[in-house]
Design a protein around this ligand. Structure first.
Ligand code: ACO
Length: 333
């Protein structure tokens, strides 16, 4: 038994913020941002919450899969920027879409979140516990960003993407001889590198502390160069590991859908894998880095435009705070 994605959806806030707009806020330039990151504009929430965007993405994924909300058994929302600690965002999504029969919970692995949630759904489905899942990556990072810090505020955007995942109880063979569904996965974490990319929410403080520890809310802190070095080494390594697990090589892959953090990271990964950059679709120019939402939003864009065809072998790979990383290999259909 394996699992397969049968519908995708995404939702972005209306407001576009260009690099030129950012020149008004911090000392930067359109040229610097384009050259260093590949980003031209990003969408920024003017009121949409993570739950609002995630619910819209879910409704679109359900529609694409031809399913109703009542049929959904599991909702997993990957997010590191929920508006509320309680209840979890997935329960808010459940309420908004009316998925009354689902169990719902959140998962946080920063930019690897969607991948880890997809793997979690796959494991539940493979174990026979659930027949389907809505897997979501949703973020409103604009509230975690210090809009006075030019080293981070130029990078991030808001949005959500969702995938409807179903059990594939009977093998579905494509005309190219490939079997539809998940083929292999690799995921990893290195908690010793937490300081490379972090955002403190609440530190320990209670009535029993001698000195109350009521720190001000803090914004995303990042050592950009360390993240960069980590990504260009770890992403190709875990992709090769996932391919090797499935008895495949890079030549067997049609598309590499990577976390959209920086165009230069993606170019470097393509070079290291000795694979044409044309197999690495990008949308970072239009949406920036949306953490856990980047992979499902790009997946939805490619799916809707017809760029992904039945039988295509796809690699998804993410990396982010934790530090966390992972890669999945699957055949679309
Ligand atoms: N505009 C103009 N100049 C800037 C800006 C800016 N927005 N930001 C930094 N600079 C300056 C710096 O001050 C520095 O100036 P100096 O040489 O006078 O000291 C110079 O530009 C170079 O700065 P670097 O930090 O060395 O620039 P770099 O080439 O490393 O690019 C970047 C920075 C884009 C952040 C890059 O390191 C990167 O993309 N790293 C990966 C980040 C990433 O992927 N983060 C997300 C991970 S996903 C997640 O989990 C959320």
């Amino acid at each position: 038994m394996t699992s397969r994605i049968t519908g995708t959806g995404s939702a972005l806030p209306e407001k576009r913020v260009t690099n030129i707009d950012l020149q008004e806020l911090v000392e930067t330039s359109d040229e610097w941002i384009r050259e260093r990151t590949g980003i031209v504009e990003r969408r920024i929430s003017t009121g949409d919450t993570v739950a609002d965007l995630s619910a819209k993405a879910c409704e679109r994924a359900l529609q694409a899969a031809g399913k109703t909300a009542q049929e959904v058994e599991l909702i997993l929302v990957a997010t590191c920027s929920p508006e509320m600690l309680l209840p979890c965002c997935a329960c808010q999504v459940q309420d908004q879409i009316g998925a009354v029969n689902a169990v719902a919970f959140d998962l946080n692995a920063a930019c690897s979140g969607f991948l880890f949630a997809l793997n979690t759904a796959h494991a539940y489905i493979q174990a026979g516990l659930y027949n389907n899942a809505l897997v979501v990556g949703g973020e409103v990072l604009s509230k975690l960003v210090d809009w006075k810090d030019r080293s981070t505020c130029i990078l991030f955007g808001d949005g959500a993407g969702a995938a409807y995942v179903e059990a594939s109880t009977q093998d579905i063979w494509c005309p190219n001889g490939r079997r539809v569904g998940m083929e292999s996965m690799v995921q990893g974490s290195d908690g010793t590198r937490a300081n490379v990319l972090s955002c403190v929410q609440r530190t320990v403080h209670n009535a029993f502390l001698e000195q109350s520890n009521k720190e001000e809310f803090q914004y995303i802190q990042m050592d950009g160069q360390e993240v960069y070095k980590f990504a260009i080494k770890q992403v190709p390594t875990c992709i090769l590991e996932a391919l090797d697990k499935a008895g495949l090589t890079t030549e067997d892959v049609d598309l590499f859908i990577l976390h959209q953090a920086n165009e230069r990271i993606i170019e470097s990964v393509a070079r290291r894998l000795k694979t044409a950059l044309s197999k690495f679709p990008m949308n970072i120019d239009k949406v920036g880095n949306m953490s856990s939402a980047t992979i499902p939003v790009l997946l939805d864009e490619l799916n809707r435009s017809g760029a992904i065809k039945q039988g295509d072998r796809i690699v998804l790979s993410g990396f982010g705070a934790g530090l966390t990383y992972g890669a999945d290999v699957f055949v679309w259909g």
